[in-house]
Design a binder for this molecule. Structure first.
Ligand code: SOE
Length: 373
């Protein structure tokens, strides 16, 4: 029996647009039990030529230069927001008012006030909403979650989240939108620190208080149009000590100034009886230590067996998967939740919770004191 079609509109078509459109294209091809058949209807962006090329390349039926028109269309079911942070609020409010299902890139917003408005609007409209923190959906991360929830490493004492990149270490690297507060909200903090915080919330629990430190090493950079220099008003690096509500303590570090580290997203969690370690650059593996006896030590589990989450739909054991699959799994879980009438996670509530932590870190960096979330 043919599955009900679900018409998808994507706003934005750069890096995240490529990743999300790939997920929308692939998900029904691999997950046979998917309750819907996503149809890539329309992709939207400001530059007519570029967005029409993107439509052709990504497999969308049409392109548009007006997100206002797109969200108001009666034939669309899902609005997927892949734009920079400064446009999330109006697009989400428009899409919620039109009753659409929404998938939004992280961080949810550029401020707590915006995040709260988006959460409230989505809840009031009764729509299904999800935030894309894709790393939750690496099978090895899901395995870590299962091991922790089963109590196998005991009460958690430490969370160590590290997200290191090096793409702006050259002072001549231009001042792209991610380095402008008005567009991106914050720098490494919101872009990659938010992922480490999300993984901490997912695996350990809610964060109660923080002590934060932000630094901008290069304060001016060449403008992209060659017209001179522009101020960098976001952080290049962000560090925080965090205290979880359940008594665990942790550290989170996000930086774009770690030469050689390209997308080093790693966490280590230490419990009373064991530890788990994940490193995105070896994303099919989970290092696990469980006290077993005099010769116990870390073992590396290749999380590619049929029993591991999501894997059965892909390849035989040992035939590893990659970065793009985390987005496919995100879309899969959104569609499953939509079908079952349950809330997917992370959703805009999680987005607000994450934003509250980002905000506390920013406040603490200014006050030089611990701040409540
Ligand atoms: C750029 O720093 C970036 O693409 C982030 O925006 C993503 O969220 C992260 O997953 C990889 O790095």
């Amino acid at each position: 029996m043919p599955k009900p079609k679900l018409n998808v509109a994507m706003i934005g078509y750069q890096f995240m647009g490529r990743a999300h459109s790939n997920a929308w294209r692939q998900v029904a091809r691999f997950f046979e039990d998917l309750p819907y058949e996503p149809v890539l209807k329309v992709v939207c962006g400001r530059n007519a030529d570029a967005v029409s090329k993107a439509a052709e390349q990504f497999g969308f039926e049409e392109s548009s230069t007006s997100w206002e028109e797109v969200v108001a269309r009666g034939d669309l079911d899902v609005i997927d927001v892949c734009t920079p942070g400064d446009s999330h609020l109006p697009i989400v409010l428009g899409a919620a008012a039109a009753g659409k299902t929404i998938l939004c890139e992280k961080p949810l917003a550029n401020s707590v006030a915006e995040a709260r408005q988006m959460r409230d609007a989505a809840e009031a409209a009764g729509i299904t909403h999800m935030l894309c923190h894709n790393y939750r959906r690496a099978p090895a991360v899901q395995l870590a979650k299962r091991i922790i929830d089963e109590g196998r490493i005991g009460r958690i004492h430490h969370y160590r989240g590290t997200y290191l990149q090096d793409w702006i270490v050259d002072p001549e690297f231009p001042r792209v939108w991610r380095l402008e507060k008005a567009k991106a909200g914050s720098g490494a903090l919101g872009d990659i620190g938010s992922h480490s915080l999300d993984l901490g919330r997912f695996l350990v629990g809610e964060i109660a208080e923080v002590s934060g430190l932000l630094e901008t090493f290069v304060k001016e950079r060449p403008l992209e149009d060659g017209s001179g220099m522009g101020a960098v008003d976001v952080d290049d690096a962000a560090l925080a000590l965090v205290r979880f509500e359940n008594g665990a303590i942790g550290s989170v570090e996000g930086t774009r100034f770690a030469p050689g580290r390209k997308n080093y997203n790693r966490f280590e969690i230490n419990g009373a009886k064991g530890s788990v370690v994940f490193d995105l650059e070896r994303m099919n593996e989970l290092e696990v230590y469980e006290e077993e006896g005099p010769d116990s030590g870390f073992k590396t589990i290749l999380a590619t067996d049929e029993a591991h989450p999501y894997i059965a739909a892909w390849w035989p054991p040992g035939h590893i998967i990659g970065y793009e699959h985390t987005f496919t799994h995100t879309v899969l879980d959104l569609l499953r939740a939509l079908h079952e009438g349950v809330k997917p996670t992370p959703n805009f509530e999680d987005g607000l919770a994450n934003q509250l932590v980002l905000d506390a870190i920013e406040r603490s960096a200014v006050s030089r004191k611990w701040e409540d979330v």
